[in-house]
Ligand binder design. Sequence first.
Ligand code: NAP
Ligand code: F7E
Length: 383
Amino acid sequence: MSKVALITGVTGQDGAYLAEFLLKKGYIVHGLKRRSSMFNTDRIDHLYQDPHIENRNFILHYGDMTDSMNLTRIIQDVQPDEIYNLAAMSHVKVSFDTPEYTANADGIGTLRILEAVRLLGLTKKTRIYQASTSELYGLVQEVPQKETTPFYPRSPYAVAKLYGYWITVNYREAYGIHASNGILFNHESPLRGETFVTRKVTRAAARIALGMQDKVFMGNLSSRRDWGHAKDYVRAMYLILQQDQPDDYVIATGITTTIRDFIKMAFAEMGVEIAFSGEDAKEVGIIKSVDNKLFTEKAGAEYLSTIENRIGTEVVGVDERYFRPTEVELLIGDPTKSKTKLGWEPEYDLTALVKDMMQSDIKLMKKEAFLRDNGFKTLNYFE
Ligand code: NAP
Ligand code: F7E
């Protein structure tokens, strides 16, 4: 008998990778997707199965984390062995603009899932993974951060996720549900949303290299993040639910890097050297040199003269609109517990992650350039 999984947030970065991973393992995968006025299934289109096919193993349901009855009905219909609760308003900066909605979807939404499992009498059958986050550590109380480090959330997003974390622990202790938190540090990929910092940088670097954009404006260049690859991190989610006992785990690489250095790495992937100067909102990044051979190999000879003409000019600036009212300056995780207990090891380091993202965005932007040059409409929205 195939195991049955329900993934909330299946249309997101992690949902897409996890769905693919579980389908390869022979699961029947159900996904919760929101209704939107346009298709928002880009990341899972390759998995889509027509509803008229018999014995589908990938099935989508309309739903929303703010709708208890809808969630309860879907869980009743699906009778999942495992629920991966990944749905969330996941953008930290946006959570300052939409704090109440974020609390509802990310905080109470988690309660809705747990309570549905309890009310439906599935406490012994259904295991639950809660997508907790390194943002819980916020103003960090210990370096590196591990499972026992006290939380100090610094955004409406993190405060909502704090509720999600503790309500998961509470339902585990009160009702014996196999419910676990994965405290995942930042994880990225070519599927990362375009307004998170890594993807914003890799998209902009590719566009600047191809002469499609002059400059990118960033926020705090000095904050540090522990970045891994989403493909490695969804494997950890699965491992957490395969343990005999539910528990909470930090998933991280143990290496931290500034945004500034991430930008340098992204451009360096194409042989473009960026030098930073100035401070705070006056800081700028300038193209210092270009390795012609590497640039030709990665971006293409036809773009070489464009980038050579940019040597000595500014391609990175700072715009205070991207600063956060309260910032998380430093995150670095200690993954000892997940390595020892889950046997989890990431396959990608930061260099391999940047390479994967740059390769993908150069390809994507070449396609955009082709469409633009042939009179087709292209995406023109860069936050
Ligand atoms: P993501 O790409 O932003 O995906 C979020 C998913 O949640 C999308 O499918 C989104 O649907 C869905 N969603 C949002 N609000 C919803 C609602 N009210 N009802 C139903 N679905 C809703 O996020 P991700 O990077 O894959 O992250 C997955 C989860 O892990 C999130 O809970 C996030 O907070 C958490 N997390 C992420 C990281 C990270 O570094 N990526 C680290 C730690 C924890 P649409 O496609 O319709 O928008
Ligand atoms: O910012 C700084 C920004 O938006 C990272 C979510 O997946 O990971 C993510 O949250 C850092 C911050 O991710 C820009 O100020 C500078 O210090 O990529 P981010 P995040 O806030 O760490 C955690 C683990 C989650 O759980 C969340 O769901 O980069 N930064 N300049 C910028 N950030 C953005 N977005 N845009 C900038 O221009």
